[in-house]
Write a protein that binds this ligand. Structure first.
Ligand SMILES: *Cc1c(COP(=O)(O)O)cnc(C)c1O
Length: 372
């Protein structure tokens, strides 16, 4: 069986977990949490990175920090994971979905302005497959209408837009370190704060509404409840697992890019399928390799054919606006020209750190056989 995904394991994870245990500090903000936070800060240039229990929670923190109020509207694509919307629904926001671009599957930046009204508070671009949205245009609109930008960069760790790290361009960036992502800690994520005024508040929200972070730094002599908060900091044991990958991030990134390029070159002469597009402004991280079939029926047949050949290939999001919660909490602004149609064509191929070249070739050849 060629699996769709196998979580990354570089080798040092178990040693680091052992060290976290021996440190006798397995709660949050221990040695490895600090290492991971600094790695993100140094590698992306964000003011402050805080490891969180998930990307969903990083998005929730961003929604709280953005002071989203009931009735506020938040613009995002419908072609995304539920968490992108959930975080804002939690604060009572109405979700406004706009159509995607068929080439990158990202929000169509040219449709955002028309969806803005007096209730609009934020734009949430999702960098699908680690390929950036058109951030220059999105930031220009946000500036014009004084909107907050929260980048869902769950899939975008180590990706760039015009040389800038994804997650550092908007007001907040959210990373995921779930086991299906390029770098993993089982369950986890990070919030990137690109405005230094919001750091203290973010630390308070992450620490149950207390100023405990300040206390641990010795800046105050006792800590207390100062604001609303929750528990968004992960155990140092999880961070230890992640550290083994972050310190090897180039190795992982190169490996994945190599697999991605092998797929791209190997599949490029099949006329019936569409291959992913990476615009010139974007440096991607090979988070995902997908192809697009003619339509839903052809995709269903191909999934079945691959399965019969012991290959696990999977489709992705069902557009949120067509789901029960999507209908309850949001609406689609404008016409759904590409969201549903393109989502029904998209098929993700096996791609993980350590997948063998032989397996990648088998996937390519099996797809070629299908179209013969
Ligand atoms: C994976 C993912 C999330 C959620 O990440 P978790 O860490 O599992 O909460 C959110 N948005 C997108 C686009 C994702 O791919």
């Amino acid at each position: 069986m060629i699996n769709f995904n196998i979580p990354p394991f570089l080798g040092n994870e178990t040693e680091y977990i052992k060290r976290a245990v021996m440190n006798k500090k397995i709660c949050g903000d221990g040695e490895f949490t600090k290492k991971c936070n600094s790695w993100i800060e140094q590698n992306t240039g964000t003011y402050k990175a805080l490891l969180t229990t998930s990307c969903t929670h990083a998005l929730e923190m961003a929604a709280i920090l953005s002071e989203i109020q009931p009735g506020d509207e938040v613009i995002m694509p419908s072609y995304t994971f539920v968490s992108t919307a959930d975080a804002f629904v939690m604060k009572g926001a109405k979700i406004v979905f706009v159509d995607i671009r068929p080439d990158t599957m990202n929000i169509n930046e040219n449709l955002i302005e028309d969806a803005i009204n007096e209730r609009t508070r934020a734009i949430v671009p999702v960098h699908y497959a680690g390929v950036s949205c058109e951030m220059d245009k999105i930031m220009e609109i946000a500036k014009k209408y004084k909107l907050i930008v929260v980048e869902d960069a769950a899939q975008g760790v180590k990706s760039l837009y015009k040389g800038r790290s994804l997650g550092t361009i908007g007001d907040y960036g959210c990373y995921s370190f779930h086991e299906t992502k390029n770098y993993s800690m089982g369950e986890g994520g990070a919030l990137l704060i690109n405005n230094s005024d919001k750091i203290e508040k973010a630390e308070i929200i992450r620490e149950k509404g207390t100023n405990r972070s300040k206390f641990f730094r010795g800046q105050i002599d006792k800590y207390t409840w100062v604001d609303y908060g929750s528990s968004y900091l992960p155990s140092d044991i999880n961070a230890a697992y992640l550290w083994a990958q972050l310190e090897n991030s180039d190795k992982i990134n190169d490996y994945r890019l190599n697999v991605w390029n092998t797929y791209y070159n190997g599949l490029s002469d099949i006329k019936e399928i569409t291959l992913p597009v990476v615009p010139e402004a974007c440096t991607h991280n090979a988070h995902m390799f997908y192809i697009k079939t003619k339509d839903l029926q052809e995709r269903t047949d191909l999934i079945k054919y691959l399965k019969e050949n012991d290959i696990q290939a999977v489709f992705h999001y069902i557009p949120l606006h067509s789901s029960p919660a999507g209908k309850k909490y949001g609406y689609f602004h404008g016409e759904d020209i590409y969201t549903t149609k393109e989502s029904e064509r998209l098929l993700r191929l096996p791609l993980y750190y350590g997948i063998s070249e032989k397996d990648v070739k088998t996937v390519i050849n099996t797809i070629k056989e299908f179209y013969k």
